[in-house]
Design a protein around this ligand. Structure first.
Ligand code: AMP
Ligand code: MG
Length: 489
């Protein structure tokens, strides 16, 4: 049983202007809530050793594991459309990077590690609720097949911190394929530091897009690749009913992973304009606006890299505009393909795509549960008698009836077995429903972590039937519905 972190810290080898070196603050009585053993193993870490007193001390920052080079990354960002030239890691530290058994390099990031020079008014700490939320949500997203940062460990700190009142402090050990954000590029661009922007781009290419190094213009390749990954990512979000909630440019990863689980939430009933975040009063980050916002963010990324895209301004603008205009096509084709897969339809048939869109219109009108409609359609595809269950999900069941006839007709015209198999892998039975997350957090705040553990377990296999956990698939009762979510500060 050895505690051996095989750190190899490429970001720490970048010049000093990229970060501030900062040791984690200590916490008084750390205790492990969750440890992701498969992920630990992927990182050559011994789960047993991590769960020991020394392991816990390393996970919470009380001792610095050998090879760690903790630092707070510098970044800027557009927050709700307003540019802030300096944000940076105010409550998190990059401990170092580990190349996993799969050959992929990942960051080990400690959230809630104490103040850094970027903390501004904040205490650098994290509260129990947001830590549990991020751990649950990111693990659920991974199991749903969405690129995401992961939770390696969640711990209580044993310290009380102050939010609206006293709350329990906690820490999250997060793993990501990069913590470079669009805002990281903006940080250097805002300082007109072209050398740093180039160096950052080279770093991202070497780390996350090595295949681009051989291209004629690797920087244009990088812009295109980030556009592709984010376009495909946002399509996945929409297809699962996920609302990120705070798509500021500092919360969008250039590696194309979902990052920063603050006020995010999954839809219960389908509503394209749905907003959960308490601070998103104008609906900037509403469910259905996410593709538009991603494109806007990517335009901000392109601006930082213009000088790398061509020999003169005209060529640079042409390349940037060309790259940015591909977003719509990339997103639309990923979304179309995914939506048709959810319904066992053919994305190359216009009639099928319209049929799929028509269902969404009806679901919005009928306030139908997004996840359940699609999952129950798997049963209806097999046995028309199960239409009963789907129609009951609509406030006005007739909205479903007319559509169902057309759909059965189209569905039955294809290879039913293959279509059905595809539907079952595209439509989860279990998502992290907001009321279940709230329930788990409330219990944990009173010291009972069992609802959190159960929910975490259910969400490991969201596409499987788990009859013993049937209640986790059901939408909230009106009195259980969570209408507002909050940032993780
Ligand atoms: P976020 O809402 O997580 O995207 O954070 C936005 C900015 O606020 C980032 O620079 C964070 O590091 C910073 N921040 C958020 N919470 C805290 C905190 N409790 N202490 C210090 N900085 C924080
Ligand atoms: Mg953030």
């Amino acid at each position: 049983m050895t505690l051996n972190f095989r750190f190899d810290n490429s970001y720490a080898r970048l010049p000093g202007e990229f970060y501030v070196r900062q040791a984690p603050g200590s916490v008084s009585a750390p205790s492990l809530i969750a440890l992701n053993r498969p992920l630990a193993s992927l990182l050559h870490l011994d789960g047993e050793a991590l769960a020991s007193a020394d392991g816990i001390a390393a996970l919470c920052g009380n001792i610095l594991p050998s090879g760690a080079e903790p630092l707070a990354m510098a970044y800027a960002g557009h927050q709700f459309g307003h540019f802030v030239p300096q944000l940076g890691d105010g409550r998190a530290l990059l401990l170092g990077e580990i190349i996993g058994r799969d050959g992929i390099r990942r960051d080990l990031h400690l959230k809630g590690a104490g103040p850094t020079p970027f903390s501004r008014q904040g205490d650098g700490r994290a509260a129990l609720g947001p830590v549990l939320r991020e751990y649950l949500l990111s693990e659920a997203m991974a199991a749903l097949g969405v690129p995401t940062t992961r939770g390696l460990a969640a711990l209580t700190s044993g310290d009380e911190i102050w939010r609206d009142g006293p709350v329990k402090g906690a820490l999250l050990v997060r793993v990501a394929q990069s913590h470079v954000r669009i805002g990281t590029f903006q940080y250097f661009a805002a300082r007109a530091d072209q050398a740093a922007v180039s160096l950052l781009a080279d770093h991202v290419i070497a780390r996350n897009y090595p295949e681009l190094a051989a291209e004629k213009n690797p920087y244009l390749g990088l812009l295109n690749a980030v556009i592709r990954r984010q376009g495909e990512l946002v399509a996945k979000w929409l297809l699962l009913g996920f609302v990120h909630g705070v798509m500021n440019t500092d919360n969008m990863s250039v590696a194309g992973e979902t990052i920063d689980y603050g006020p995010c939430a999954f839809l219960d009933s389908y509503d394209p304009f749905k907003v959960f975040s308490s601070i998103d009063s104008h609906g900037r980050y509403a469910y259905g606006r996410q593709p538009q916002i991603a494109a806007w963010n990517l335009a901000r990324l392109a601006e930082t890299m213009l000088f790398l895209l061509g020999p003169d301004e005209e060529a640079q603008m042409a390349e940037a505009n060309g790259a940015l205009s591909s977003f719509t096509t990339i997103f639309a084709s990923a979304y179309r393909a995914g939506l048709c897969a959810k319904l066992g339809l053919d994305p190359s048939e216009e009639a099928d795509v319209s049929l799929a869109q028509d269902l969404l219109t009806r679901m919005a009108e009928g306030k139908a549960d997004f996840t359940l409609v699609f999952r129950c359609l798997c049963e209806a595809a097999e046995d028309h008698a199960c239409d009963r269950q789907v129609r009951a999900l609509f406030a006005e069941p007739e909205l479903y009836d007319e559509w169902a006839q057309n759909w059965h007709h189209r569905f039955d015209a294809g290879q039913r077995g293959a279509r059905l198999a595809r539907m079952r892998t595209a439509n989860p039975r279990y998502i992290p429903r907001n009321h279940r997350i709230e329930e788990a957090i409330k219990a944990a705040q009173k010291g009972d972590f069992s609802p959190f553990q159960t929910l975490l377990q259910v969400l490991q296999t969201p596409y499987d039937e788990q009859p013993e956990f049937a209640e986790f698939a059901t939408p909230p009762r009106p009195d259980e519905e969570v209408c507002r979510t909050f940032c993780g500060t």
